[in-house]
Design a binder for this molecule. Structure first.
Ligand code: ARG
Ligand code: ZN
Length: 889
């Protein structure tokens, strides 16, 4: 068999398929040492292609990888090897008529599929992951999203081992076979691309509920899990019902099948997958209850359940024409789930979390060697493009459209999009066109957000003319070059802003050529490289509050001084910008400390930061979650991202110094609020709800500061919280704080007790690994190596890899970037090992090494050497090859 080399695929080469598959009939015979897959494809020529291809029937090129072909026939005539061409990735046949039926049988090996793509086993159950190109590892097919087909699926397996047999759509028949086997047939009435196919077989229990849709249809809801997890499904079920209701209310979208199923699996490369009617989830995104999952985990479950559910419209009913359009469904769906979470919890806090995450991680990606547009124009391995750019920046692009159109017009646009394209596979251009048609706006220039990579810089300057009472803001935008894109055209940047007077009141806003003022908050559209807006009737020089709510994913700069930032922290009417002012103040103060450290000077903290945080801490009227957010200093990763050259040790030393100074200066108010909140926690049972999240978040950040004092009463409080709390949020914080403390004995005791108590709960053990992997105390690498030997660790399980290796390389920056290069060598070894059995996970773990340009010359050399060693290590998957070679280019 011929081996085909991985090659670059270009968007500009897109062609519609030569053939279509009207019906797909699949039969799976599941055995312990192999699985047989029989596929019957009812096909016809694509009429759209006849003009381009000519009358003669072109060959039919089916995708297929790692399949053992047992037989193939065309219209019931068995084909001999001479009748087809077989390579390691394609099966090519010659159809004899415009309409025909292809039957094939293949043998596959889910039991030894460690890549977790296609059909594989997780623990004792069979499950699938087909997006993006996993279906070709199941059977020969046109594995591309613009080929949509009606599927029927029959699966059979041993009754005792696999009592539950599931696939997409509705169960239409089932029965027993001799030999202790049984079967079930599922039919999905909706046409779908193969990437939305799913199958599950296992010994699963389910929690069942129901939802009545807005038109009065009754939908059965089921969450399937391994029996020991049946008590951890309620939160996901509640989240699902909330999401279904929200999508009806906010988008007018109703669910379309009679049943909606979620299955939790322990071995999963990503978070979850929106297969039609049968979502398959990483168990970390389903299972949650007070004793085992943190508040953050509860919110993640709520968000991911909603995300996958929302895909039923934004992704499934309307899907992508090709994988370059991935953000069509992912950017839109992340925007939808973010708005859902904002409505369910605190809107401002959700925005703060998302922006901090975007600026730390997506901005870094967009400034690195893998930078690509929201709609990429080429790739080698599509799995590498499930990125922060496609997802999170894609969601920001949708948010900007929402901001520019307003909620009501945006809804008209989404209605038009769903109505116009229901049942189709479409492009980002089609989406934007619907928004243009609904609004009358021309979004031609706006579309640069889809095609230009890189994070724009927006430098703002002001000038005030007291005599004329005018105030002008000048915006200068630019965008650094990214791979393959040297010069950038100006973006459309929506800047939401207000102007504050000396008392912090919003001034009425009237631009020079306007008739009348329009309130104190508005959105300016910056469209040129340099552009000035002049406001009139401004009686005193105002303080601008810019980019409110982070209205565009840009790097904004305005020459605020520290007193102005303190003023904004207290007075800005926009909650997000109050937080942002605090972050900017912290950044200025921390950068000053970093400079002092680098010059070998004594560190001195600007006391204004202490004063500002004291005010926040003593204000009992403020939302406690906001207080917690404002007390959180910018992370080391964020400080790295905004540095020209990141000095790992200086960043760590400066930030730790600031934390200690704050802890000691603010001990009294921190202790007061800690005790008050802990007392409330003691008196209430756990509730997964915004007010409670807020209380615990302030309690926990207070504890982490207080422990820096090393006072005995704080240690006692920490141990009390650890022992007496009723939930993982308090317990894990107490553990993390101990792990980072000098109290070696208490630390060891707590770690051992925790592991003993939770040894049978893999998701909780993930937390236990992460807390230790992220500990910045010296000797981090040795600790991680030792933990890899722990019986609960397993390199084959992606959650474990992320919990230990990912947390070490991504969060423990001082240890990972140890100047001796040991962290880099370790990560490269792991990547080489992972490459051998799970390319997707290998490629993702690589990310920290791709950031080599951020560091000093000596670290750069060490990091590049490891990338080169990976490149030379032998047979590389296309996943790892693409990331390594682009990083070295
Ligand atoms: N569509 C899924 C989601 O965002 C993710 C699938 C990821 N697949 C992959 N090969 N990376 O909900
Ligand atoms: Zn998604």
């Amino acid at each position: 068999m011929r081996t085909e080399q991985p090659k670059t695929i270009y968007l500009k080469d897109y062609q519609a398929p030569e053939y279509l598959i009207d019906e797909t009939h699949l039969t799976f015979e599941l055995f312990e040492d192999h699985t047989l897959v029989h596929a019957q494809l009812v096909m016809r020529r694509n009429p759209e292609r006849v003009a381009a291809t000519g009358v003669a029937l072109p060959p039919l090129v089916l995708d297929g990888q790692q399949l053992e072909l047992l037989s193939v026939s065309l219209d019931d005539v068995a084909l001999a090897p001479a009748d087809y061409v077989l390579t390691d990735s394609h099966l090519t046949l010659q159809p004899k008529a415009e309409r025909f039926v292809v039957d094939s049988s293949v043998r596959i090996h889910p039991e030894s599929n460690t890549a977790l793509e296609g059909l594989y086993k997780s623990g004792g159950m069979f499950c699938t992951q087909c997006e993006a190109e996993g279906f070709r590892k199941i059977t020969y097919y046109l594995d591309r999203p613009d080929v949509m087909s009606k599927f029927t699926t029959t699966l059979s397996g041993e009754q005792l081992k696999y009592p539950v047999l599931l696939s997409n759509g509705n169960l239409i028949a089932s029965g027993a076979e001799e030999g202790g086997r049984h079967w079930a047939t599922w039919e999905d009435p909706f046409k779908k691309p193969a990437y939305l196919f799913a199958l599950v077989a296992g010994d699963l229990w389910c929690v069942e509920d129901a939802f009545t849709t807005m038109s009065g249809r009754e939908v059965t809801l089921r969450i399937y899990v391994e029996p020991e997890n049946i008590d951890k499904c309620q939160h996901a079920m509640d989240s699902l019902k909330k999401a279904m209701k929200w999508d009806e209310e906010v988008y007018g979208r109703e669910y379309d099948l009679d049943i909606f199923m979620i299955v939790a699996v322990n071995d999963f490369n990503m978070g979850a997958m929106e297969n039609k009617g049968l979502n398959i989830f990483n168990s970390s995104c389903v299972l949650a209850r007070a004793e085992t999952a943190t508040d953050a985990a509860h919110q993640r479950v709520e968000g991911v359940v909603a995300h996958e559910y929302f895909h039923n419209w934004s992704g499934n009913r309307v899907t992508c024409r090709d994988w370059f359009q991935l953000s069509l469904k992912e950017g839109f769906t992340v925007f939808r789930d973010a708005e859902f979470s904002a409505d369910m919890n605190s809107r401002t806090v959700k925005r703060i979390e998302d922006v901090a995450f975007l600026r730390t991680n997506q901005f870094a990606e967009d400034a690195g060697p893998m930078a690509h547009p929201v709609r990429p124009d080429s790739f080698i391995e599509i799995s590498n493009f499930y990125t922060l750019t496609v997802y999170e920046k894609g969601a920001e692009v949708l948010r900007m459209i929402h901001t520019l159109l307003g909620a009501e017009t945006f809804r008209k646009g989404s209605d038009l999009y769903f109505e116009r394209h229901d049942g189709q596979a479409v492009t980002c251009d089609d989406f934007v066109k619907a928004m243009e048609d609904a609004s009358g706006l021309d979004l031609t220039q706006f579309k640069r957000w889809y095609i230009q990579a890189g994070t724009p810089r927006l430098a703002v300057s002001e000038s005030y003319d007291a005599a004329a009472k005018t105030y002008s803001l000048t915006f200068r935008q630019s965008c650094p070059p990214t791979p393959g894109q040297k010069d950038k055209q100006p973006f459309v940047i929506p800047v939401e802003l207000g102007l504050l007077d000396g008392q912090g009141r919003e001034l009425p806003l009237r631009l020079q050529d306007e008739e009348a003022a329009t309130g104190g908050n508005r959105v300016l559209s910056v469209t040129e490289a340099e552009q000035t807006f002049t406001f009139v009737d401004i009686a005193e020089k105002p303080l601008p509050s810019l980019l409110r709510g982070f209205s565009a994913p840009v790097r904004l700069s305005f020459p605020y001084d520290r007193d102005q930032l303190m003023f904004l922290m207290q007075h800005d009417t926009d909650g997000f910008n109050r937080w942002e002012a605090g972050q900017q103040l912290s950044v200025q103060v921390l950068q000053e400390l970093i400079g002092q450290y680098q010059r070998g000077e004594a560190l001195a903290l600007d006391q204004r930061l202490v004063a500002a945080l004291r005010t926040v801490l003593e204000n009992e009227a403020l939302d406690q979650a906001m207080v917690a957010e404002m007390l959180s200093l910018p992370s080391e990763a964020y400080l790295t991202e905004i540095s020209e050259v990141a000095d790992v040790d200086a960043i760590h030393a400066a930030r730790e110094f600031a934390r200690r100074q704050l802890a000691s200066a603010l001990f009294e108010p921190l202790w007061k609020r800690y005790q008050a909140n802990r007392e409330q926690s003691r008196q209430t049972t756990y509730v997964a709800e915004a007010g409670h999240f807020a209380r615990r978040s302030l309690q926990n950040i207070a504890l982490s500061y207080l422990m820096l004092s090393e006072r005995p009463e704080v240690l006692a409080a920490c141990l009390e919280q650890y022992d007496a709390c009723d939930n993982m949020t308090e317990r894990l914080t107490a553990l993390a704080v101990l792990v980072n403390s000098p109290f070696a004995e208490e630390r060891a005791k707590a770690l051992a007790a925790f592991a003993e108590h939770f040894k049978d709960n893999p998701l909780v053990m993930d937390q236990w690994f992460s807390v230790q992997a992220a500990s910045t105390q010296p000797g981090g690498l040795e600790r991680v190596r030792a933990l890899m030997e722990h019986p609960a660790f397993n390199l084959k399980n992606p959650n474990k890899v992320r919990a230990l290796i990912g947390a070490f390389a991504g969060q423990n920056l001082v240890n990972f970037h140890n100047a001796d290069g040991s962290g880099y060598r370790f990560l490269a070894d792991i990547v080489i090992t992972l490459n051998g059995f799970n390319p997707q996970i290998a490629s993702r773990q690589l990310a920290p090494l791709t950031r080599w340009r951020k560091y000093d010359a000596s670290r750069q050399t060490l990091m590049k050497a490891e990338l080169e060693r990976i490149l030379a290590s032998g047979e590389l998957s296309s996943d790892v090859y693409e990331v390594v070679s682009k990083s070295l280019a």
